[in-house]
Design a protein around this ligand. Structure first.
Ligand code: MOS
Length: 729
């Protein structure tokens, strides 16, 4: 018999919520160790060049100062090649190992002292001399990248023959993640073993990177990170400060804490890169696409070639016979970018979805209808059938929810001083999963715990995993404890890319199923069990009680069963390995976002009045957490559309708004009525849980929906992000 599903699908509150709101959840920087030192990074004040001298004499003479470490005195590190640490192709930034400055803000020294204040003071006294060069910063022509480029059909011919042909350039800005919790590392060595308490979305990658850099076996690196205060992708790889903290601890033979300042987060961690995105599209007079050509120029660093999935949407979101995508990497004197929420598709959707809005306007077809007319029957990029694709339903549901029929011609609807507009955009995010393991243990007292290395960066993984385990074990939620964030637990993929529930969730499910079956097996073979001799598949477990269908009198409990059999626990390690569905089907989560905006006719001020997101994300494990994810994704989209922009000084690469006063993010007053609708329904090809992932897709399409609504309100087309007051002047 299948186990009843009591917890999965229910909107339980976060199991760790109380710990978080009462300050009992310890984040990386909250960890303290007796005798621990504090480290403060000195960062480069030029954008490119060489260090010609470092004077640490005054710094070193200050009270409490233990060391000032730079390339002049740092231990040489091995930086073995390492495929498991999640760095893009390239040489990595080997901090404090040579005299080169590769970007403004690069760590060039670290002051280590007994207190934070002493370390800050010492860092301020270190003087560094440079032979500065002019950094390369503009998005120039770049280098063609054949592996990322793509072509089908005869795009040149089709564009020449198209009834309608349009060329547009789009420029989404470089943006930073700005999580509330700063990146921080506490490092402690014990001989050749190191433990780090580190803000990370990928415990096992940080473990692998430290092993590679310090040339020790992975088993000698422990990474601990039970709570993360938001990350959005910024903690998917270990940044140089993680190595610097471990290096400082090794050299001083003391535990070391290193917390990046808010300003240092802009230089010391990655960001969503800037793109220059050129689109030429060809269509017939009814808005049916015939060809699309993209030229994408993507910002990356001089030492690593960062790439993200910006081409997939062009290949397969809409039906058309001819596509050509020319991808170019532009290596600049900047820190390496990294994935940020909805990585790839979010950027691509801004270009493609605004382009489709422009086409709809040009041919006089309703934008929702235009998308329906270009809906593909299969994935035309890979040739594969869709596992499930309910984008049509997302579009029609969203149109109904926003009141799409009220939409007027651009610039014609007013409410006092305000011009009112409605716009929409579609989007997808590819469903991915990766191998994962989880240990499940049922205790003699009838409680259970589950251990798996994954972080929970905030979406509610503690809670959703507890729900999965509770159902499979036949326990109530409060008797199952989820343990996360420790490399001593079984390994997991990154907590990102919307792959957690499919990957780790399935490992938790499999491990829990195994333990329940072990218990049932024990019961049916136990002469003293009321269930003795029963066929195992007739037994279900609820709230720790094993019962036989239609025979309510015959029951055993985990507690009695384990006691009678002298077992203090039952245990199994569940594992997940992706099946071949990803080779047989095109799998994605889909979104349609609708926005209503008001634009002050004389000032250009934009206010969002309403946002509606409709999602085809497979089974929803916890509707309350899913709602929270969607709202977060929409708020992030408001930021991308109207506010967020990392501004670089073209003279030296300095980020001029590296603080939360000048780098604008949405606040409550910027956020209107938000509505998230999930088309609940499992993807039958998506392993046991039927989930397609939802953390990323909820952000994809928000910015273009708002941009298209601004056009509908004003008749003004803005092709760069963010859309500022100035852009509407
Ligand atoms: Mo997500 S960009 O993988 O944190």
């Amino acid at each position: 018999m299948t186990q009843p599903r009591n917890a999965v699908g229910v909107g339980h509150a976060r199991v760790e919520g109380r710990l978080k709101v009462t300050g009992q959840a310890g984040y990386a920087a909250d960890h303290n160790i007796d005798g621990m030192l504090h480290a403060v990074i000195v960062d480069a004040t030029v954008g490119r060049g060489r260090i010609t001298g470092i004077d640490a004499t005054r710094a070193q003479a200050q009270p409490g100062v233990v060391a000032v470490i730079s390339h002049l005195n740092a231990t040489r590190l091995t930086y073995r090649e390492n495929p498991n640490s999640n760095h893009p192709p390239g040489e990595r930034l080997q901090a404090l190992q040579d005299d080169r400055v590769r970007f403004f803000g690069q760590p060039v020294a670290v002051a280590v002292a007994a207190t934070l204040q002493q370390a800050q003071h010492a860092a301020s006294l270190v003087t560094v001399a440079y032979a500065a060069e002019q950094p390369a910063l503009g998005l120039g022509e770049g280098t063609p990248n054949a592996a990322e480029s793509y072509a089908r059909g005869d795009t040149t011919g089709a564009l020449a023959a198209a009834d309608v042909r349009m060329t547009m350039a789009y420029a989404p800005a470089r943006t930073h993640h700005n999580p509330m919790e700063p990146h921080a590392t506490v490092a402690q060595w014990d001989g050749d073993r190191v433990t780090v308490w580190d803000k990370t979305q990928w415990i096992n990658a940080t473990q692998a990177e430290l092993a590679s850099v310090f040339d020790i076996p992975r088993a000698q690196v422990r990474v601990v990170n039970p709570y993360v205060g938001g990350a959005f992708g910024s903690a998917l790889r270990p940044w140089p400060h993680v190595i610097i903290a471990a290096l400082a601890a090794r050299m001083t033979r003391r535990p070391v804490k290193l917390v990046l300042t808010r300003r240092q987060l802009y230089f010391g961690t990655g960001y969503r890169p800037a793109y220059d995105y050129r689109i030429t599209l060809g269509a017939d007079r009814r808005g049916r696409l015939t060809a699309m050509e993209h030229t994408i120029r993507a910002e990356t660093s001089s030492y690593e070639d960062f790439r993200e999935a910006v081409t997939a949407a062009g290949e397969s979101l809409y039906s058309m016979p001819n596509v050509r995508i020319d991808y170019r990497s532009v290596a600049l004197d900047v820190n390496t970018p990294i994935w940020k929420r909805g990585p790839g598709p979010a950027t691509a959707a801004f270009a493609i979805e605004v382009a489709l809005d422009e086409l709809a306007h040009r041919v006089g077809v309703d934008p929702v209808e235009l998308r329906l007319r270009n809906e593909p029957e299969k994935d035309e990029g890979s040739g594969l059938p869709f596992s499930t694709r309910r984008l049509r339903e997302c579009l029609t549901t969203g149109a109904r929810e926003i009141g799409w029929q009220r939409r007027a011609r651009p610039g014609t609807r007013r409410d006092g001083d305000w011009l009112i507009g409605i716009g929409m955009a579609a989007g997808n995010y590819h469903t991915v999963s990766a191998p994962a393991q989880a240990r499940v243990r049922l205790n003699a007292d009838g409680t259970a715990f589950v251990e798996t290395a994954s972080s929970d960066m905030g979406p509610g993984t503690y809670t959703s995993m507890t729900q999965v385990a509770a159902d499979a074990l036949g326990l109530t939620l409060d008797t199952v404890q989820m343990r996360l964030g420790d490399s001593l637990y079984p390994p997991t993929p990154p907590h990102g890319g919307s792959m957690t529930m499919a990957s780790i969730g399935t490992a938790v499910l499999n491990g829990s199923d195994t333990v329940r079956r072990q218990a049932i097996d024990l019961a049916v073979k136990d002469r003293n069990s009321p269930l003795y001799g029963t066929a195992p598949d007739k037994i279900v477990v609820r709230a720790g009680r094993l019962t036989v269908r239609d025979q309510p009198g015959r029951a055993d409990t985990y507690e009695r069963l384990l006691a009678r059999n002298n077992r203090d626990h039952l245990e199994a390690v569940g594992s997940y390995t992706p099946n071949d569905a990803g080779q047989r089907f095109s799998m994605s989560a889909y979104a349609a976002t609708f926005a209503e905006v008001a634009v002050d006719a004389s000032l250009g001020l934009i206010r969002i009045r309403k946002l509606v997101g409709v999602y085809d994300a497979g089974r929803i494990v916890n509707p309350r957490l899913a709602e929270s994810q969607a709202i977060g994704g929409m708020v992030g989209g408001i930021g991308a559309a109207l506010l967020e922009h990392t501004v670089t000084d073209v003279r030296d690469g300095r980020i001029v708004n590296a603080n939360l006063a000048d780098y604008l993010v949405p606040v409550n007053a910027d956020v209107p009525d938000l509505k998230a609708v999930y088309l609940n329904g499992e993807d039958p090809h998506m392993v046991s849980l039927g989930v397609k992932g939802l953390g990323e897709v909820v952000h994809v399409g928000v910015a273009p929906a708002i941009a298209n609504a601004v056009f509908n309100a004003t008749g003004r087309r803005v092709r760069s992000l963010p859309i500022t007051v100035e852009a509407l002047q």
